[in-house]
Design a protein around this ligand. Structure first.
Ligand SMILES: Cc1cc2nc3c(=O)[nH]c(=O)nc-3n(C[C@H](O)[C@H](O)[C@H](O)COP(=O)(O)O)c2cc1C
Length: 587
């Protein structure tokens, strides 16, 4: 323990009094990015001057003050910039999954032509000479400093009743050329400034359902990353916090859903399973009708398996990493299905054996490069299991905060049906011979060996189903643990989780052992041709929505089920009730 610092005897420099402090926090809270409702009232020079003074007072690296502000009022220049932004808007829209693109079409992302003043904020990376204090290690400190000037400008503008909208839909170099800026400058921000009809209470993107606020408690860590704690609170463990947030379906919303089903213009029960799904979605969201689970994202967790060494599959281990590249390149079946149903594909390396190159769209979250061979010892440590579960929880948080309203499980891992079979045998009590399938297609000899591998592993580890983390450490895969995290995370965020095939079934069994209520968030997307999956679904009491002999993984079965789940929710919104439609009910 370091020696305690003596408490100073003189008081520290004073802060502000209560009302001044409240004013500071008010402007921080009420600053908004504005794109709608701008007015054409001119901005008086003295007001603009105060706002620019505030910007110019920002902190900067080595006090280099690297910013310049180009104030643009010309119709011509604004028209040119508007055209550039529209081009980028189109390019971005084309890159989006269908459901996102639909949402994006409704969004306004700039107000270049509607505002009387546009301000370009630049950074000069050469300002202050070669030896600018602090910039030598991190050249990006120059644009960071200019970004702080933007925030000052934004806050001061809010205090003046001026709205500001930041537009980043530009190719930065194209912009430098079009604006005739010196080539050595970087454009940090393009701001649309003007008086507004009103300042919305919440970010416009949040109001439009594009994103959600992340709570402060998710992002404050005590001493080391991962020990999340708000000042004064004890550090909490991500898994424990997640488990504490898992609650049963809301009885009131469930009741309303059943009631509404009866009044919809269709014979009672005529939508079969879809009525159950829509009631589940109501109970989960605590809303009737429930939100339509769109947009949705499939999280594909990739990991390798030490048990591959036992010859349980003819596929070489490198295929896991190669398929990850295929997912990222858009060439896999999951990509085709995701395109068809408008879902986002999120690829997570939670434990691929080899190093994967950084690629846009890949979340590098490797806990370890593959598990160990579980016929020889534990697949991994309990610490690894917890880390991989956390990867899944954080993926759920990120995808939900980014506006996704349904999560789909996906996975990739050569040899992972062997680990799935072992987990299913533990949690169903069914003999390994009955739950061990042919995975990617193996011959009789390999199948016999695979069953024997599972049997030997169970004999070696004597897994105790009451100790799910221990079971995972002994027999699981990193992608199983991450899928469990996704299920638990989804359940705690009251977001439906559509399960894919046999590996997701295995993960759901373990998730249920950790938190039985988590199952309330789960929907079985499909039934795979793997025998273990049937055993898992039976044990879970889940009825699959799609049954087409798929045995691929990658989230493909869950993706096919997504429109079914969405249709169930949409029916609750759009189907008229007997009284509203004037249809006579059955006598
Ligand atoms: C670096 C940066 C770039 C941004 N670019 C855009 C943009 O191109 N178009 C847009 O509509 N909003 C843009 N915004 C605004 C954000 O969408 C907005 O800050 C966020 O949704 C939170 O809302 P709030 O600022 O009202 O709190 C940008 C914000 C920042 C900080």
């Amino acid at each position: 323990m370091p020696a305690a610092e003596p408490v100073p005897t003189t008081p520290p420099a004073p802060g502000y009094d209560d009302s001044e402090r409240a004013a500071v926090h008010r402007v921080i809270r009420e600053r908004r990015d504005i794109r709608n409702g701008f007015r054409s009232d001119p901005i008086p020079n003295e007001v603009l001057l105060r706002v620019l003074e505030a910007a110019h007072t920002a902190p900067s690296v080595g006090h280099s003050q690297p910013w310049d502000f180009v104030v643009i009022r010309s119709d011509d220049t604004r028209a040119k910039m508007h055209e550039l932004a529209m081009r980028q808007r189109d390019a971005y829209a084309k890159s989006l999954p269908k459901a996102r693109a639909k949402q994006f079409r409704e969004l306004k992302i700039e107000a270049i032509l509607e505002t009387p003043v546009n301000i370009v904020v630049t950074a000069d990376p050469t300002r202050g000479g070669r030896h600018t204090l602090g910039r030598h290690t991190q050249p990006q400190m120059a644009p960071y400093s200019s970004a702080l000037a933007v925030e000052n400008l934004w806050l001061a503008a809010r205090a003046e009743g001026l709205g500001v909208g930041w537009v980043s839909f530009f190719d930065e170099r194209e912009m430098v050329r079009e604006l005739g800026l010196p080539e050595h400058l970087e454009v940090v921000a393009y701001l649309c400034v003007g008086y507004v009809d009103e300042f919305p209470d919440e970010p416009e993107l949040l109001q439009a359902g594009w994103s959600k606020r992340r709570p402060l408690s998710w992002v404050v860590h005590e001493e080391t990353y991962g020990r999340r704690a708000l000042p004064g609170a004890d550090p909490h463990d991500l898994l424990q916090e997640t488990l504490a947030g898992i609650r049963p379906l809301d009885a009131k919303a469930l009741g309303e859903a059943w009631e509404r089903q009866k009044r919809m213009t269709k014979p009672a029960g005529a939508l079969g399973m879809l009525e159950i799904i829509s009631a589940q979605l109501s109970g989960l969201s605590r809303q009737c009708p429930p939100p339509i689970p769109e947009p949705a994202a499939v999280a594909i967790f990739a990991g390798d398996h030490g048990v591959h060494a036992q010859g349980v599959t003819p596929w070489p281990q490198e295929v896991t990493g190669q398929m990850v590249a295929n997912f990222l390149g858009g060439g896999a079946v999951c990509n085709a299905f995701a395109n068809q149903v408008g879902a986002e594909v999120c690829v997570v390396d939670v434990g691929v054996a080899g190093d994967l190159p950084a690629t846009p769209g890949l979340l590098p979250r490797k806990v370890r490069p593959g598990t160990a061979d579980f016929t020889q010892g534990p697949a991994m440590t309990q610490e690894d299991v917890l880390k991989a579960i956390e990867v899944g929880i954080e993926t759920a948080r990120d995808l939900v905060a980014a506006g996704n309203k349904a999560l789909l499980t996906g996975e990739m891992g050569i040899a992972n049906t062997t680990a799935s079979a072992a987990l299913i045998a533990v949690y169903t009590g069914v003999d390994p011979a009955e739950v061990t399938g042919r995975g990617t297609g193996i011959n009789d000899e390999t199948h016999v060996r695979k069953v024997d591998v599972v049997r030997r592993a169970l004999a070696l580890h004597q897994p105790d189903p009451a100790d799910p983390i221990g079971v995972l450490a002994a027999l699981g895969g990193l992608e199983h643990a991450a899928m469990i995290g996704l299920i638990l995370g989804g359940a705690s965020l009251r977001t439906p989780v559509i399960l894919d095939g046999v590996s997701a079934g295995a993960a759901a069994l373990v998730a249920r052992a950790i938190a039985p209520e988590a199952l309330a968030a789960c929907i079985a997307g499909h039934r795979s041709a793997e025998p273990g999956h049937v055993a898992a679904l039976n044990k879970l009491g889940l009825r699959p929505l799609v049954d087409l002999d798929l045995r691929l993984g990658e989230g493909t079965g869950a993706l096919l089920a997504l429109p079914v789940v969405q249709s169930a929710a949409r029916a609750m919104h759009e189907v008229a009730t007997f009284d509203a439609a004037g249809v006579t009910e059955k006598g």
